[in-house]
Design a protein around this ligand. Sequence first.
Ligand code: NAP
Length: 255
Amino acid sequence: MPLLEDHIAVVTGAASGIGRAIAAGYAREGAQVALVDVNAKAAEEAAQEIREAGGRAASFALDVTKREDCIAIAKRVAAQLGPVSILVNNAGINRRNPFTAEPTSVFKDWDDIIAINLNGTFNVTHAFLDALRATKGRIVNIGSIQSFMHVRTPNSPAYTTSKHGVLGFTRALAAELGKYGVRVNAIGPGLIETPLNAQVRANDPDLIKIFMDHTPLGRAGKPEDIVGPAIFLASDLSSYVTGSIVMADGGYRTI
Ligand code: NAP
């Protein structure tokens, strides 16, 4: 029997990369999936791909930084699909820009990264809170190696801060929502080959080498590598797991 039958799942940032793979994986496990993304066209293409493969999926345009829009989307998803029982907060950006760089760019990157990666996670979770409480739902937040440490490749302090925040938020909500039967966990991907880092992979082999020298499995991850942990955390396989982070980083943090 599929692991997510009867579930309705919302995945943010589902038009691309990790979110797109998770949405497809959830649909294969029987869930009805709402693919939410700022890129409406790509989200619809991803939903169409799922439907063509026999799954159930609908797309919704949303900028997760817009709190009122998140509330409106929660109402639309409820009306169109039904009560949401799984939420994956995956939408995120990264910009590799040190704190000592030209100030205007540092200010902008801080504002944008915190707005999307951290405040966006808050906005969407709050919008779906009533539904998740009613369904005894599951929340899966996408953290990072940088939920624990700063990676000393040219990287933004805002990204590290945002992902530490995502882990803190995961723990705080797990503690508060456990009594409602809502489980809240995170996944910590290592370097996963997606459009998020396509440029750096193409232009900066030295940086990729630093990552790979630090990765016991000796390879970068693929979006599909995150799907198993995402299914585990959304399904009853993890019925006694909350407040945890599952690292899917090729062993990066062991060295
Ligand atoms: P990706 O391929 O760039 O996908 C992210 C998706 O989120 C894109 O479709 C993007 O749309 C969308 N998005 C951006 N801003 C948004 C907003 N304000 N509202 C709604 N959607 C928005 O990136 P990814 O690598 O799959 O990353 C997914 C998550 O994994 C992120 O949280 C990232 O931090 C995390 N992560 C990734 C890696 C990695 O190595 N790839 C490692 C650790 C953690 P646009 O393309 O139009 O901007």
